[in-house]
Ligand binder design. Structure first.
Ligand code: AMP
Ligand code: MG
Length: 467
């Protein structure tokens, strides 16, 4: 397919756009990440942030920075119960100091000052008095009357955190683009934000295909299958930070399929399931080609999920399309304005005449394949559409419980059970009937990752696991 004439820094049709056919797992993931990075820039630029209550923001992506509203800590904060002292007074121990008072957490440290030979009783979280430079732990002291006997010396700076050592007032604590988990929620709370700005959730269309697939409220005929993929995908979409839009089931028939695909492309991303294998009625690729789709890959050397497809339709290539109004609103197809959120060189001008690509994944219909390919490829795209910074796909390590033999050539992600605890995790393959065996998943909790060049992985080997 021809590259558009303005192909410069904001060109979605990058090298990978040449139909890549069947690619390795790593290459497929790289292609997705490349597109996700571009998509994220435009998502961040065009997204209308919304303000939500702090706890409702869990899992959402921050659209603002979180800034320290005062010094952290706002005073020199004791980290132990004990006595605020001068370290030089304890160069020779045991030493005796005069107790001149007590500061507990919540007390003001103002008005307190210790001189040489003095100590103030202090509690964890309380402000140090002027004149002190350390805290000696109560465990190393004996109190009798107004005299504190100290058995151990301290170093200057010991057992307290100086004012502003964690952050200064006005300092950015968290940049936009991070997902709010419990620790970020704690940071927001600590600066007094009961509501936060987050990016809107991208709308992700789910289109199940197949003459045999029926909805949950129908009684399936003897050869019919309930539409479980639509539900597993909706759940995975929510976890990835998107909002699922479940479309009607598409039959294995080109006209209706095309109509539903066009409906789905009006969302921020379209996920199809089924119809991407080599069968006579696997019509998805054909239908997408019919509306001018470009394919970045049409298969990955993985198991399960080999027939997975990734591509986009550039709106203009389909003539009148359901997204024309949305594109115009977002500034696609016109002179881009930049809006100030993109880095230099990424903004106005370079997108002249370029329409927004409408991305899709064709995921295989077998339920386990659908879930695995979502996890490997659709997840990072949805996170990017939600405005989140890219996160690498991380594999854990565990010891293999029993030998595993496979044929070479595919990277495998096989349902497995990880057990053991602490540093003694072990993993073993689950018994299953192949990628249609949804029942087997209830007995598994991870995928064992088998590299494409391994025929035998012996028991005891440290292997990769996708949690
Ligand atoms: P396909 O990828 O269309 O060749 O389908 C592969 C297998 O997945 C077939 O056994 C289908 O019946 C099954 N399948 C396809 N779509 C779904 C769905 N939405 N929910 C559950 N199973 C499905
Ligand atoms: Mg099918």
């Amino acid at each position: 397919m021809a590259r558009h004439q303005h192909g410069s820094s904001y060109d979605f049709r990058m090298s990978s756009s040449v139909t890549a056919g069947l690619v390795s797992f790593e290459e497929a993931r790289r292609i997705v990440e490349e597109h996700a990075a571009k998509v994220r820039l435009s998502a961040v630029e065009s997204s209308t942030a919304e303000t939500v209550d702090l706890l409702a923001a869990r899992g959402r992506v921050l659209a603002e920075s979180l800034t320290a509203d005062r010094d952290f800590p706002p005073f020199p904060r004791a980290t132990r119960d004990g006595y605020a002292v001068r370290a030089t007074d304890l160069e020779k121990v045991p030493a005796r100091l005069n107790l001149i008072g007590e500061i507990k957490a919540g007390d003001s440290g103002e008005g307190w000052k210790i001189d040489s030979g003095q100590a103030v009783s202090i509690m964890t979280g309380a402000p140090l008095p002027a004149g002190s430079d350390s805290v000696v732990m109560v465990e190393y002291t004996d109190l009798s009357g107004a005299l504190v006997e100290v058995q151990r010396g301290v170093k200057t700076g010991e057992n307290f955190v100086p004012r502003a050592a964690e952050a200064r007032a006005g300092q950015v604590l968290v940049e936009p683009g991070l997902r709010l988990d419990h620790s970020l929620i704690a940071i927001a709370a600590s600066i007094g934000k009961s509501r936060v700005h987050v990016f809107r959730k991208p709308r992700i269309a789910v289109l199940s295909t197949g003459d045999e697939v029926v909805e949950l409220d129908a009684t399936p005929g003897p050869a019919q299958i309930r539409n479980s993929n639509s539900y597993s995908l909706a759940a995975q979409i929510e976890e990835a930070g998107g909002e699922a839009v479940r479309l009607a089931i598409a039959p294995d028939e080109p006209v209706r399929l095309r109509t539903l695909i066009e409906e789905g492309l009006a969302c921020d991303l379209l996920l199809l399931t089924g119809g991407v294998s080599m069968g006579k009625y696997d019509l998805v690729e054909q239908a997408l080609t019919g509306i001018g789709a470009e394919f970045y890959f049409t298969g990955a050397r993985i198991q399960p999920g080999k027939p997975v497809v990734f591509g986009s339709c550039v709106s203009g290539s389909r003539g009148s399309h359901p997204n024309a109004a949305k594109d115009a609103a977002l500034g696609w197809g016109t002179l881009g304005s930049g809006q100030g959120l993109l880095a230099k060189g990424e903004s106005a001008g370079t997108r002249t005449g370029v329409s927004a690509p409408h991305y899709f994944f064709g995921l295989p219909g077998n339920p386990v394949s659908t879930m695995v390919t979502f996890r490997l490829f659709a997840q990072p795209m949805i996170a990017a559409l939600a405005g989140a910074r890219p996160e690498p796909l991380v594999f854990l390590k565990a010891r293999l419980k029993a030998d595993v033999r496979t044929k070479t050539g595919l990277t495998r992600f096989l349902p497995a059970v990880i057990s053991g605890e602490f540093e003694n995790s072990e993993v073993e393959l689950a018994a299953w009937q192949g990628s249609g065996d949804i029942a087997a998943l209830a007995r598994t909790n991870c995928y064992l990752v088998i590299p494409p060049d391994r025929e035998l992985m012996p028991a005891g080997e440290l292997v990769s696991v996708l949690a």
